[in-house]
Design a protein around this ligand. Structure first.
Ligand SMILES: *Cc1c(COP(=O)(O)O)cnc(C)c1O
Length: 432
């Protein structure tokens, strides 16, 4: 039911300061998206059953939630959760740890664990996510792969966003050891890759070099489709638990899932050679990581609905949006070109004002570590920096693109998006 045919809801929105015309537009857009939302719900149901089945198969019980301290030897809860991740990703092994501090850390661990001096890393999908530039050494940084003698090659996507197979073929040489494939567009305006497109790319890479390790930066992609990149031939998938797979509950952590030998290398790198997966106390976090993973399919679906709704609303308001409201989604990110710093700030103010936490603060641009321009962020999250929670961020540079994502529930995502438009309306930056 939309706001227009639900008077109490409509009145509540009105009393919270939402403009009458904006609510009408929102209701019209929501009604037009019914089929899209049904399709998103079907993916969520499929993924829910996948996760549920993995938990049943691994005979999860209360004993798995007790956690460990100190070295964390024989942590049944941790080991079983890793098996559940492996099962859901149809992979051999997984490393799922609160000691992995964020997505960048998970990616850095997976890369540095599986590359040796003299090896070359290839990105066949263009420039990687900003923070990886320092991990790789594209931008000079202490402890980068470059400092350890790992070189880097890149093949850009073609103008239309498709793979440049000729350039990729040319970039592969006898040193090429690992290809890093970023599924989500991140802070770029290229298309997000579908799992089937990743599968085609992996097949091509392996046809050129059978022993190449294909690693997918899976951040923001988990559970947006019924299959994951490991189902399409990827050797490794890597991501953050304060994005989709943590279901909004995981307070920190990351995962690396895939072929046993590559996951094992990552474990030795994360802890120490000789120790590997055997150590790493789960403290009191196990139950939360299980529960978050259990909720992740529905939480992700809410975020995807929010992204589609935002695209449709901002298209109607006359802004360029990426992807369009018609595009089938492979991640939870929605980009909108707002065209001015004022509009970017107003958008973020609206997202912030709709948050359950810190709704009263005004987001200001700042020089965030790892990024090359000032960034403005709106996040009123329960978990600091969690971007499966409703959040928006954008670099303060033309075309003043905001990257919007998350929402633990579809209703909150919707309220936040309407609130962002409300702030643009109040600042006379948009007309209705
Ligand atoms: C978020 C993200 C990362 C990095 O994750 P952090 O947790 O912010 O370190 C890497 N790649 C992509 C595509 C991302 O979206």
């Amino acid at each position: 039911m939309t706001t227009s045919n639900n008077p109490p809801l409509h009145n509540l929105y009105r009393s919270l300061g939402y403009d009458e015309r904006l609510l009408a537009l929102g209701a019209e857009i929501e009604a037009s998206l019914k089929e899209r939302f049904d399709a998103i719900d079907q993916i969520a149901e499929y993924n829910q059953m996948k996760v549920l089945h993995a938990m049943q198969k691994n005979r999860v019980s209360e004993a798995h939630f007790s956690g460990s301290t100190g070295y964390g030897y024989n942590d049944l809860g941790r080991e079983t959760l890793e098996q559940i991740y492996a099962d859901v990703f149809h992979a051999e092994a997984a490393l799922v740890r609160p000691q992995i501090t964020c997505g960048t850390h998970a990616l850095a661990v997976a890369l540095s664990a599986n590359l040796r001096p003299g090896d070359e890393l290839l990105s066949p999908v263009g420039r990687p996510y900003d923070t990886l530039e320092e991990v790789i050494g594209i931008r000079p940084s202490k402890g980068s792969l470059k400092e350890y003698g790992v070189s880097y090659a890149q093949a850009d996507l073609k103008e239309d966003g498709s793979f440049d197979y000729e350039a990729i073929g040319r970039a592969i040489n006898k040193k090429t050891k690992l290809a890093t494939i970023q599924r989500s567009k991140g802070y770029a305006t290229r298309p997000t890759l579908s799992v089937s497109a990743i599968g085609e790319l992996v097949a091509f890479l392996k046809s050129k070099k059978p022993d190449i390790i294909c690693m997918v930066d899976n951040c923001y992609g988990e559970f947006t489709e019924a299959i994951e990149p490991t189902d399409a031939g990827a050797d490794l998938c890597v991501g953050s638990l304060i994005k989709n797979p943590g279901g909004g509950l995981a307070p920190c952590g990351g995962y690396i899932v895939g072929k046993e030998e590559y996951v094992e290398q990552a474990a030795f790198r994360l802890s120490a050679p000789g120790l590997g997966k055997e150590v790493g106390a789960s403290l009191g976090l196990s139950q939360t990581l299980y529960q978050g993973f259990f909720l992740a399919p529905t939480v992700t679906a809410g975020a995807v609905k929010g992204a589609v709704f935002a695209a449709a609303l901002y298209e109607k308001l006359g802004f360029p949006v990426f992807p369009s409201s018609k595009t089938v989604r492979h991640d939870i990110i929605q980009a909108v070109d707002l065209g001015s710093p004022e509009a970017l700030k107003a958008f973020c103010l609206g997202i912030q004002a709709a948050a359950p936490v810190d709704s009263f603060v005004t987001p200001e641009p700042w020089a965030m570590p790892g990024y090359d321009s000032d960034v403005i962020m709106a996040a009123g999250a329960f978990i600091q920096g969690s971007s499966i929670e409703l959040s928006a961020d954008g670099p303060l540079k033309p075309p003043y693109t905001v990257f919007f994502q998350g929402g633990l529930t579809w209703y909150h995502a919707k309220a936040g998006i309407l609130s962002s438009a409300q702030k643009l309306l109040e600042a006379d930056l948009v007309g209705l």
